[in-house]
Design a protein around this ligand. Structure first.
Ligand code: TIU
Length: 237
């Protein structure tokens, strides 16, 4: 058991053997120019500061043998899983499925759909392809977490107020404790970043806790020194 004593709204404990690091949509489509994020009118450079803190947590989670899962937002090439309400929204220069500099926008198998190289998943780390904002919606994430006995999620990724928030809300409703490291989540809107984080921890932690990568890294390094830290539930092929 390890403690995040500076977490907001109050300290939280977690165990590495029933905690998963969940990296939400750290894809080129959101973090690099020419992808879905930029087509929506956003400055993607605002998100890139999340990559290094996410990478530090990813390496620490791997070193602690903690569960790691990645998600990707995207659609089938025939767009049959993309609702018209999503494809038709707004007036972007290119819509979902149209050809951009990183291939077809937000389509599985295209270069833009890949996770950024700094955070490339290992074979043993499930990658959850999701058609919506929430990582639990129309995916097998819940099944995988249940099979692994996971109770706590450390949720990182982009964007704070969209896919991270939706996933934290979904996770909280399903009984998972959610911890969000503030520097590992990013928004195209600085104000939404601030308020999005405040919303999670408000009202006594209505959806979860807010922490940061430094505090979680220290906790993971303490956990790694503890002889009982290994995750026996997990078998790595
Ligand atoms: N537009 C925006 O802020 N986000 C998304 O469309 N998807 C995710 O947050 N991944």
């Amino acid at each position: 058991m390890t403690l995040l004593k500076d977490a907001k709204p109050y300290p939280v404990r977690f165990e590495t053997d029933n905690t998963a690091l969940l990296l939400i949509d750290m894809q080129r489509d959101f973090l690099e120019p020419g992808g879905f994020g930029e087509m929506l009118g956003n400055d993607v450079s605002l998100l890139r500061g999340t990559i290094e803190p996410c990478r530090a947590l990813l390496l620490a989670a791997r070193a602690t043998n903690m569960s790691v899962l990645h998600t990707r937002e995207g659609h089938r090439p025939d767009l049959s899983d993309a609702p018209l309400s999503k494809i038709g929204r707004g007036n972007p220069p290119k819509r979902i499925g149209e050809l951009g500099p990183m291939g077809r926008i937000l389509i599985r198998g295209q270069p833009g759909h890949d996770i950024v190289p700094e955070l490339a998943p290992l074979l043993a780390e499930p990658v959850i392809d999701k058609p919506g904002k929430g990582a639990f919606y129309q995916t097998d994430l819940h099944l995988i977490l249940s099979n692994r006995g996971i109770r706590t999620l450390i949720v990182c990724g982009v964007t704070t107020e969209v896919c991270v928030h939706t996933t934290v809300r979904e996770g909280n409703d399903r009984g998972f404790e959610c911890i969000v490291p503030a520097d590992c989540v990013g928004s195209y809107f600085p104000e939404f970043q601030r308020v999005g984080l405040e919303m999670i921890a408000a009202q006594g932690g209505i959806f979860g806790w807010i922490s940061n990568s430094t505090e979680i890294l220290a906790a993971l390094s303490r956990a790694a020194e503890h002889p009982g830290y290994k995750n026996h539930r997990r078998s790595i092929p």
